[in-house]
Each structure stands twice: as C-alpha cells, then as structure tokens.
Design a protein around this ligand. Structure first.
Ligand code: FDA
Length: 502
C-alpha cells in the first residue's frame, strides 16, 4: 500500500482540473491536486512574478535554452527569441514532427498563458460536435455557471472605439467590413476595468505592456485566482507542485495508485512518490491526459482501456495568418494583448471560419493585421505509445492541416482582394503567410462517449475520470476554455451525485 492515500486525486490544475478540485472540495471530499509546473505567486528579483515578453528569461519557457515564440521573426529577422537557462517556465511548446502544441505549465495550466478569450460556442455547432450532451442543459445551466466562475467580462464598446490600444482591431474590422464580413465583440477573462486604469496611467501595465504568453502580472483572472482559490477556500483541497505524474495503476480493491516524480527547479527528480486514491480525475490537458491513459493501456497497467483512447485529436482548425495594411491604415504603436474582436463567418456553410483579431504588440507602427483563424477541419490525429521514450507520439501530417490553410486562405483572399492588400510573409518562417505547424487549442485524445461514457467516466475503470480538453473531439469552432470548463461542471455534478453516494 502507498504511504499516502487521499479520497480523491486530481492530476493537473488547468480548467478541467480546477473545476474538479472545487466541486470535490465543496462536496466535502478531501482532494489532492498534483501539478508538474510551479506555483506562480512569488515575485522574482525584478519584483515581478512573470517575465516580460520582450526580454524573456528562464521564467518564460519550460526547460529550454532558447525561447520558442509563435511569431519567431519580424522582417525575416531572428529578433524575437532569446537564450534562456533551463527552468520550469510557464509556457511549453510540445514538438511532434509536423505539429507543435503550445500549453501552459504551472498552477492554472493554460489559463496562465492564454489570450483570455472566453467564448461560448455556437449552440448548433456544439450540438454537432457533442450530440450526446444535452445542449439545453449546457446553455441553461453549465455555460452560465462557467462564465460566472471564470469572471468573464466584455470591453466597453465606447472605450473600445476611442482607445489607441484597440486601433489595431478597428483597422482589421474596417478591412473585414470592406469585404462584407461581420465582426463580433469577444468576451475575455482579463479585467477590462483594470485595463482602462492601465490606459489612464493609474494601474501598473500588464495587457498594455505586452504581457500574455509568458504570463500576466496583473489583470488576468487565471484559474489560480478563480476556481483554484475557491477550491483551497473549502479547506479540503491541497495542491502539490513540481509533481510530474508518470504512471497510473489499479489495486485489486478498485482504488488507484499514481506514481509521480517530484522534481526541483533544475528538473532533477528528488523523489518518486506513490500516492493512492479512491477516485482519480485526469485534468492534465489533451496531451497530458491522453499520454497517461495511452501509456497505462499499452504497458498493461490498465489493459482494458478502450481503443478510442488516443484518438479523435484535432487542432480546432488553428491557423495564424497576417496581412499588410496600407500606409494610411495604421494599427498604432500601442496594442492591448487581449483580443476583443473576431471576424465571424461561421455561418458561411461553404467556408466556415471564426478568426480572432490578434494583437502584435511591437511598440512601433508596423501596419500588420494578425489573426488566429479557427476553421472546421475534419482531419483527426491519433497518438501511439513509443516504448523507447515511454511517451505518446502524435500522428499528424502537414497534409492534414491543408483544409485549415485552405479555409483561412479563402477568407483572407476575400479581404485582401476588396482592400487591395497583401499577406505578410516574414513572420512565421518558411516564407509562408500561414502558420500551419503549431496550434494553441489541442482538443481530444479521449473523446467523450468513446474513450469515456457520456460524463467522462473512463470506460472499463470505475472511479477513473477525464475532466479536461481531452474529451472534446478535435474541434469546437471557437476558443475552447469556456467549453472545457462548462463540460467539466456538467460532468462533475453528475459524478458527485451518482458515484460518491455509496
Ligand atoms: P490545461 O492545459 O489548461 O492544464 C493541464 C495542466 O496539467 C497543466 O498545468 C500541465 O502542466 C499539467 N500536467 C500535464 N501533464 C501532467 C502530468 N503528467 N503530471 C502533472 N501535471 C501535468 N483558449 C481560449 O479559450 N481562449 C484563448 O484566448 C486562448 N488562448 C491561448 C493562448 C495560448 C498561448 C495557449 C497555449 C492556449 C490558448 N488557449 C485559449 C487554449 C486554452 O488555454 C486551453 O484550451 C486550456 O488551457 C485547456 O484546458 P485543460 O483543462 O484541458 O488543460
């Protein structure tokens, strides 16, 4: 028997994990959360918790000697990435051949590094992607619950129209409207009231100081400040950091044991722990959760896991692209890092695209309009277990991303044609205006209703649950964290009512 036993254990501390921790704690169940990253609450020598984007240090990325930012070059120049020392930094880029995936590391997971865009998906598309989930219940109860808990808010339209910080978005909107396209305001978890104080000079700048992918020092309602703070407040939840879970097995009595490496800040394993638990919730994200279950199936630890574990993975159709505006269509030297506007052409059945108007805060006028397009790509990837490295490998080819590139190109060709503008070729490497080799929205790997039952209970293993983005089968049509959170709320409510009664 392992030395430590807890009634409930949660692996990871992103959106899905944070919902599990809070609802378990509120139900009076003693819960331990294991997170491989560190807790981001202590200022370093420079007085800041997170490093700046323009001068990144070891805090920026997960055990790297050089940063790997999404936009690597400007005017083809290698001016963005910097040498750093290896450290458990907050942003990771997991590289799998033709596809790299950005993820957050630390207490709060992706919420520490993301753009905060908090979008409830279109109901018709949600119902198409997850037909087994009662949409009326989701839109009546769980999406509102998730939005409230996450602290979602919207920009004041009058301020948006007048501030220099969103000039870039207004310029992109004008170009879209010239092509007959519709734009919509996008809610965010960044506190827009705080942002206005930043603009007024009465609060320390964060979103207005270029901070986002390496963490926001102020203003951002990441889940460590919302769900996880509330979870700790129940008095029943404990979080252990720098614990990398490697293996899961089941005891004859039906309880689970996880093996976790406790590491120090150099990455050295200082202890390998075995922790037993009655119920085990996997919230390690699409990549992390899928790898843990795949490894368990393929090594024989949990041999009855469904063949659907490791399938149904997608990029949410992510493609970044950029256009050059005319000299008279300036974007401004000052750009807020939190997107507030999107081009919504999802209704166009021939080419559905939702494109967030993204900032490119360089501190000088560059005339660039940057976008993250979310497209409807039917391609799905699978994971295979590699015994030599004891890790999951993503099978995803460049050709599988072509439908996303084509859809993005069709939309932005329209915009370029009507505005007599061109793409920018200097930002993503390889002289292409379409970044098709990375994504921010990994989804799937343990699809709901296939690898699990309709509520995230892992098939074949009572007491084992998936609670994160691994459940969403590859696409949701908008930025995904509100969906991940709301689905976790729904599943936890059911599991707490039915599986903990006895
Ligand atoms: P998430 O990835 O958040 O959390 C998983 C956690 O588990 C991590 O903390 C990880 O360290 C930990 N973990 C993994 N394996 C482990 C192991 N073996 N042992 C212990 N811990 C382990 N979405 C959106 O809706 N709006 C947006 O604006 C953006 N923008 C954006 C920008 C960038 C740069 C990124 C990287 C991502 C986004 N996203 C986004 C995506 C969003 O952040 C993402 O969908 C969610 O964070 C996924 O939530 P999960 O709960 O699935 O896992």
């Amino acid at each position: 028997q392992p030395a430590t036993h807890t009634p409930a254990l949660v692996i990871g501390s992103g959106y899905g994990a944070a919902v599990a921790a809070l609802r378990l704690g509120q139900a009076g169940i003693q819960t331990l959360v294991l997170e491989m990253g560190r807790l981001w609450d202590t200022p370093a020598g420079d007085g800041k918790v997170f490093c700046s984007t323009s001068a990144p240090d070891q805090r920026s990325m997960w055990f790297r000697t050089r940063t790997e930012a999404p936009l690597a070059t400007f005017l083809w120049l290698d001016v963005v990435n910097k040498s750093i020392s290896p450290y458990p930094g907050v942003l990771d880029r997991v590289n799998y051949g033709d596809m790299s995936v950005y993820v957050g590391r630390g207490v709060g997971g992706g919420s520490l590094v993301n753009g905060g865009m908090a979008v409830t998906p279109r109901r018709d598309y949600f119902a198409e992607v997850l037909p087994q989930v009662d949409a009326a219940e989701m839109y009546g109860t769980y999406f509102p619950r998730a939005n409230a808990m996450l602290g979602v808010n919207t920009v004041d339209p009058a301020w948006f129209e007048s501030t220099e910080w969103y000039k870039f978005a207004r310029t992109s909107r004008k170009a879209a409207q010239n092509a007959g396209l519709k734009t919509v305001f996008v809610p965010n978890v960044y506190d827009f009231g705080y942002m206005r104080r930043e603009a007024a000079g009465t609060a320390t700048k964060s979103a207005l100081a270029g901070e986002v992918i390496y963490g926001n020092n102020y203003g951002k309602r990441s889940v460590d400040k919302t769900y996880l703070a509330a979870a700790l407040g129940t008095g029943r939840v404990t979080i252990e950091t720098l614990h990398h879970v490697r293996a899961i097995r089941r005891q004859p009595d039906g309880t689970y044991v996880v093996t976790a490496d406790r590491t120090d800040l150099t990455g050295k394993v200082v202890e390998t722990r075995e922790i037993g638990c009655g119920k085990l919730f996997l919230g390690a994200g699409s990549l992390g959760t899928t790898e843990l279950l795949l490894r368990a199936r393929e090594t024989g630890a949990l041999p009855a896991l469904d063949p659907a574990v490791g399938t149904g993975w997608g990029t949410n159709g992510n493609i970044m692209t950029a256009r050059a505006n005319h000299m008279w269509d300036t974007v401004g030297a000052n750009e807020a890092t939190m997107p507030a506007l999107g081009i919504d052409d999802w209704d166009n059945a021939a080419n559905p695209v939702f494109a967030e108007i993204a900032p490119l805060p360089m501190g000088f006028e560059h005339w660039v309009s940057l976008y993250l397009a979310i497209t409807k790509n039917p391609q799905r990837g699978t994971f295979t277990y590699d015994p030599a490295t004891d890790s999951a490998r993503l099978n995803w080819t460049k050709a599988q991303n072509q439908p996303s590139v084509d859809a993005t190109k069709r939309l932005f060709d329209r915009i370029n044609l009507k505005n007599a503008t061109i793409y920018r070729y200097d930002l993503f490497g390889n002289n292409t205006p379409f970044a098709d080799d990375f994504c921010y929205h990994p989804l799937g790997g343990c699809p709901l209703g296939r690898a699990t039952d309709g509520y995230g209970r892992v098939k074949g293993y009572p007491g084992l649950y998936v609670t994160d983005g691994a459940l969403v089968p590859g696409s949701i049509g908008v930025n995904p964290f509100v969906t991940i959170t709301a689905l976790a709320e729904r599943n936890l409510e059911r599991v707490l009512a039915e599986d903990f009664a006895a």
